[in-house]
Structure formats: C-alpha cells, structure tokens
Ligand binder design. Structure first.
Ligand code: BGC
Length: 755
C-alpha cells in the first residue's frame, strides 16, 4: 500500500513538472510563469547557459559532457550545431530532461548559411537595403531549414580602422548606411513573425563599440567620448533594436574602463531603459570569464555577479552562471528576481519561436533538402555578388574585357575557391563554389580565345601565418623563383594580364588584425615584375578589408575590388570582367594611401588648423597627403553619370519642418547602369565641433544610356540634429551645407539656414 502511494505521488509530481504544450489561447506570460514556478535553481541556470556542441567550435574552449548537461536540464541552449538530424538528436536529449524545455540552437550565420553571399563589408558596397534584406531572408530560410533558431548576426559595429580584421563582418564606417543595413538584416532574418518557421532570431552584435579597438587590434580597449558614441557608433545598434531584433550580444571590449559584459549603464540604462529593448542579451564567447583578465573583478565568481547585475541573460560557453550563481544567490550577491527575469527572457524567445508547441519544428530533413542551396538562392547570391564589386580604376576604359587573343590569368586567387567564400562562411562548403578560372576559361575557349594560368605567388610565405590559418594544403610548395618564372613566361605569351591577388580569408575576421595592410607576401613584388613587361595589367583584389594600394593605383590599368563574394564569386567576377554585368558598387569604408593614415574616414572634423600645403603648422603629415586613396562612397562603372539641377525646396528651415533636395542624374555613357546617389550635410557652426560631411540619404537608381532621372530626397529638421556635449538631441540654428554627388569627395553644394 505504502509503495503504491509513493509511486502515485511520484507520478503526480512528475505530471506536475512536465513542460506541457501551451493550452489553446493561453498567454505567453501565464505559460512561462507556470513553467518558471516549477523550475529548480539548476534548471533556471541551465536556461542562462549556452554551450558549443562538438560539431564545431568558434572559440578557445570546449566543454566536455555538454550532452549530460542537456539531459539534466543544466544547459538550455546550444550553438555550433546544425543539420535537422543532428539538432533533433540533441533536442531529444532535452526532451529527456525533467521539464523538457526545448533547446535553442544558435549559429554564426553571418553572410549566408550554405548559400554564401559576399562578406558583409562587400555586400554593404551595394548600398542596397533590399538586397541586404533578401540575403538575410535566404540565410534565415536555409538556417531554419537546417535546424537553427538563432543567428549571431547582424554585426553592426562601425569600423574606421582597416587594421581590425573584423571590418569584414560589418557595413563599414558610416552610421546612416550601417543603420539602414542593420534594419534590413533584422527584417530579413525575423520576417514579420518569429512563429513562421522560416525565420530565426537575430542577434545584434557586438554591443557595444567593438569596432573601435585601440590600434585596430582585436579585443583591445575602447575609450571613447559619449558624444562620439551617440552620434556615430551607437545608432546602428539602436536601429537594429528598433527594427525588433530579438537578442543582443555583449562585446569583448571594455568601454571607458568597464567591460561591456559588466556594463550596467550600457545594458540596463541605455539598452533596456532608454531604448526599450525587451529581448535577451547573450555574452560573447567566454566574455564573462575574460573579465578576470580585464582586471575589473578578482575572479569568475565576481565576474558572474557583475554580468548578471549588468543585465546579461545568457552566458556563452563560459559556464560562469552555471558554476557560480548558486553561491552568489546563497550569499545574497544576486537575487532570485535577477535570475528569474533573465530566465523569462530566454524562455520568451523559445515561446516566440513556437518551440513549446513543437520542439522539433525546425528539424525537417525534407525541408532542408528542398530549401537549401536552391537555384533561386544561388542566383540571388550571384546578383548580390555582382552588386558588391567596386571598380576602383579603369584607365582608358580597358574594362570590360573582350574574350579575344591571349589573356594570362595570374595569381593565388585565380583557381582559389576556399578563400573566395570568405571568413565566417558558416556551414558553407567552399568546394561547392565557382572559382574565377572555372568561370572564365570556358568563356575564353568558346570565343576562340586563349586563357593561360599561373599561380605566380602564394598568398603568403609566412610559415607561421600559414599554420595559424591552417592553409598548408593550399600552398604551392615550389620556390618563389619557380612560381614567379612560370608566371613571367605565361605573361610574356599574353596580350594582357589579369592578376587575381589578395588576402587569404583568414587574414580578416576575428583575431585577424594586420599592422601592414598592403598585399601580403610577395604578391606586390610579383605584380611589379609582371607590370615591368609593359603589358596592360588588370588587378582583381580579394580582401576582407580596405588595403593600402598606392603603388597599384599608380601603375596598373584597372582595379576591381572583389572582396570575398561567396558561393558564386567566380561567376560574378567573370561576368563583371567581361561586361555581362556592370560594376555598380561604391565603397563603404575609406581606402587609405598608407596604413599610417589609419584610422581615416570621410566624416572627419576640420580641426583648428585645417590642412594648408603652404603652412607648416597645419594638420597634416610630412610624408603623405591627408586625403584617402579612394574616398567613402567612391566607385566607377562602365558608364558615366552627370549631376545637374541641384536644388533645395527651401533655404530656411524651422524645427519640425521638412525640405526636399533634388538633383538630376543623367547616364552619359552607353551602357545601362545603376548609380548610387549620396546626400551629405554639414553643420557649419555647432555648439560642439561637427564633422565636415555626414551622409544623410542615398538612393540607387537605374538609368538607361542617355536617360535622366530626377532624384528627390525628403529630409526634416530631425536629420540636422545631433547629440550635443550634454548628450541632448538638438537642432541648432545656423547655416548648413547640403551636398549631393556620386561619392563623399565630389559634391554639389547648397546652403540651408536653420532659424
Ligand atoms: C565572436 C562572435 C561569435 C561568437 C560565437 C565569438 O568569438 O566574437 O562574433 O558570434 O564567437 O561563435
């Protein structure tokens, strides 16, 4: 009898603690509160814990036994696991835990999941928010079909220092463009409802200011005025959050002395109170633990307390919440309310995705087979790849090429597929991408022309670096002389030479800062030798950052900046090279003349001693100009445009009023094209010093040869406001310049007075 009673009690208690499907019409709050009431402290901390699976790792440490943690309810979230079968297997472990709370699966789907799009810096050069949204939409469709719920994207860190390798992952140096792209990405990932199983949670990162490390060295200190933060660096995070981003990732860096992950001002005051963010905040990879090295806490116990108190909800890989929050609670250093609110935020995301109704919603192999790398997805990747290419130089309109005679294709990027899909290419498989050679060789042969090939140089000869980047198998073991001689022989037989040079993908991205941002290895030497033959030379440049290209700019005939363009790289480059497609991209990061000018950006201030070549004591270098090699917004095409009839609808403006800016843009060449029209303003006298140019609007318009379109921008007094010294968002009376043109350096100007 006693035994029966016990069993019954056990059964009852089991029944009472099982996570049940929400009842019809049950509110989220009600369901989650009931669930929370049943959770033990360990189970709560489990929801605040995110561990990497053993499928892949994106950081320094890996935890054994994470599967046991899932089963015991001590790990509620997994990253670096994908595939419907694999995620189903892990999800079923969670379904064996006491409360059966579904796992959340996250992954770095940065520029595509399996169909890989251009690296974000490249894609931003399309200045096309629709394309940005579409690539994110496709990434979400593929990722969600592959078992994923959550992507660690968009990265909206403003970056003005190309030494920092992670410039590759963002949208460049400008807050207005960066905000527009951030919003588009969130829309693309999250769609209109997270309940739609083709959507994933987005994660805005790296909050905050990760793109401003001292000296461009990854993870380095960030020390910045609040004005600079509010006017330049914070707007893209805010824009992505306003667009509804479900999660935010705290950054590795400290901010004016307090690591972002323990920065209560940042998370509690700014993000949640001021900006009204309702989602959850995850740390970056072990960034709680790393506070011990930052030196703002003595040990991981203190770090965990600081992070939770600062508003962090989920600990990525560090197991600090897992190990120490129990003790912190016992010692009254954190409260159950602190823990519960974090748990509810995480559970809230799982609810929004529909996981309590069906934990296997995203584990459908049939869907994966149908939706991943479909023809439409690949075609879109090609369209975006083409739109991302920037033509930097085209002497005598040597481009586009004609497939005739003999052309030598030389360089480590000609037959390369591995590098061209770029860093952070997630689940993408480089063997499924097209190389440049695969795209151009058949085209040349079909036209009765001859394509010759030589590698000419390895991407680098630095054995240390080769090992670090794990690219031994892609290195040609022949001596530098042999490689070069072969290339010279080939070049001598050709009518012209196309050099495909650049960085290896691992030279940008995380932990990949460079102090020298010229072409790596012996590539520049090779280029000089080939150029010495006196034949026309076209340079195709693959890189994850702006490179310093002064010699190249002076000597070669044409330069196409091709970044890392993803799965359809080769096809896109080939089409632009031979003119089936036309370059339309424009730079979103300034290209310096030399690394010594870095950080360099268009929205600079005047200083009290503006540059004057005839005055010694003005702001300049002794050995180089102040100007960049290629300014922000710059890019050529195979056609040309003329700007005229630039007008403002009024010359004075009061608070709350709108004004129109219009300009006629004519396609003066003989090819249909697309022009990116840019509008900048300058506040001539401010209570604080103001940038000499600030992008406010842009438009991409299609024009047939000879066609003229009138481009109209509508602005208001809001567009002329800024955060003043006291961080008030103000409109200050006085004169403004309004400027329109094809890039930040060639602008028509008009004056506007704010009354
Ligand atoms: C990176 C993040 C990334 C995370 C997870 C970190 O090292 O900084 O951008 O999302 O790893 O892979």
């Amino acid at each position: 009898m006693k035994k029966t009673l016990l069993t019954l009690a056990a059964l009852l208690s089991l029944g009472a603690t099982m996570a049940q499907k929400p009842k019809a019409g049950e509110s989220k709050e009600n369901y989650l509160q009931n669930l929370l009431n049943k959770m033990t402290l360990d189970e709560k901390l489990g929801q605040l814990t995110l561990f990497t699976s053993d499928m892949a790792s994106t950081g320094p440490v890996m935890r054994d036994n994470y599967q046991l943690d899932i089963k015991s309810g001590k790990c509620g979230n997994i990253f670096n696991a994908y595939g419907p079968q694999y995620t189903r297997k892990l999800q079923s472990l969670a379904m064996h835990s006491r409360l059966k709370i579904p796992l959340l699966f996250g992954y770095d789907v940065i520029h595509g999941h399996k169909t890989i799009f251009p690296i974000p810096l490249g894609e931003s050069c399309a200045w096309d928010t629709l394309l940005s949204e579409q690539s994110a939409r496709i990434a979400a469709v593929e990722a969600s079909a592959d078992g994923l719920h959550w992507t660690y994207s968009p990265m909206v860190d403003i970056a003005r220092d190309p030494r920092w390798g992670r410039v590759a992952e963002g949208s460049g140096e400008d807050p207005v463009l960066g905000s527009a792209i951030g919003r588009a990405k969130v829309r693309g990932y999250q769609g209109t409802s997270l309940k739609d199983k083709s959507t994933v949670l987005s994660c805005v990162k790296h909050f905050a200011l990760y793109g401003a490390p001292v000296a461009g060295r990854d993870y380095n200190t960030v020390d910045m005025s609040k004005q600079q933060m509010f006017n330049v660096y914070l707007p893209p995070y805010k824009a992505a959050i306003d667009a509804g981003a479900a999660s935010v990732m705290s950054s590795f860096n400290d901010i004016n002395g307090i690591p972002a992950t323990a920065n209560s001002w940042l998370m509690n005051d700014l993000l949640r109170k001021q900006w009204g963010f309702k989602g959850f905040v995850v740390t970056d990879y072990t960034s709680i633990n790393e506070m011990v090295y930052h030196g703002n806490v003595a040990n991981e116990y203190e770090a965990g307390i600081a992070a939770l108190k600062a508003g962090i909800d989920m600990d990525m890989q560090g197991a600090v919440f897992y190990n120490y929050l129990k003790k912190a609670l016992d010692e009254n250093k954190v409260s159950m309310t602190d823990i519960d609110q974090a748990v509810l935020r995480v559970l809230g995301a799982k609810w929004d995705l529909g996981l309590f109704e069906d934990p296997y919603l995203y584990c459908d192999p049939k869907r994966a087979a149908r939706e991943i790398m479909s023809k439409e997805n690949l075609d879109k990747a090609e369209e975006i790849a083409e739109a991302s290419v920037v033509l930097l130089k085209n002497k005598g309109n040597i481009l586009p090429l004609q497939a005739k005679g003999t052309i030598a294709f030389i360089g480590p990027m000609v037959k390369n597929k591995r590098d061209l899909i770029g860093n952070w290419s997630g689940a993408g498989n480089w063997t499924q991408s097209t190389s440049l050679w695969e795209a151009i060789e058949p085209r040349m042969t079909a036209a009765g022309a001859k394509a010759l090939y030589a590698m000419g140089a390895n991407v680098t000869n630095d054995t240390n670096l080769i090992k670090k980047m794990n690219i031994q198998e892609f290195i040609d073991k022949r001596s530098q002389d042999e490689l070069e001689n072969e290339a010279m022989q080939i070049a001598m037989q050709a009518d012209m030479v196309v050099m495909a040079l650049g960085e290896s993908e691992g030279m940008s991205g995380e932990a990949a800062s460079r102090s020298d941002i010229t072409l790596p290895g012996t590539q520049l030497e090779l280029l000089k030798k080939i150029h010495g033959l006196g034949k026309p030379v076209i340079l195709l440049l693959s890189s994850g950052r702006p490179l310093a290209l002064s010699w190249e700019d002076q000597h070669v005939d044409a330069i196409l900046q091709t970044w890392f363009l993803g799965t359809r790289s080769g096809k896109a480059i080939g089409d632009i090279l031979f003119g089936d497609a036309i370059p339309t991209g424009k730079l979103t990061m300034t290209f310096p003349r030399s690394v010594g000018q870095v950080p360099i950006y268009y929205a600079a201030k005047s200083t009290g001693r503006p540059f004057d070549p005839n005055q010694k004591y003005t702001s300049k270098y002794l050995d180089i100009e102040n100007t960049p090699l290629y300014p922000f917004g710059y890019g050529l095409s195979y056609t040309t445009y003329a700007y005229s009839n630039f007008k403002l609808s009024k010359n004075t403006l009061a608070e709350g009023e709108y004004f129109d800016v219009q300009v006629d843009v004519k396609n003066t060449g003989n090819r249909a094209g697309k022009e990116i029209v840019q509008l900048y303003t300058r506040d001539l006298v401010g209570s604080s010093t103001r940038p000499m140019k600030e992008l406010k609007r842009f438009a991409k318009i299609a024009l047939e040869p000879g066609e003229t379109k009138t481009v109209r921008f509508n602005l208001s007094s809001e567009d002329l406001k800024f955060f003043n010294y006291d961080l008030n968002w103000v409109l200050e009376p006085g004169k403004f310049k309004v400027m329109v043109g094809p890039n930040s350096n060639e602008l028509l100007e008009a004056e506007l007075e704010v009354k």
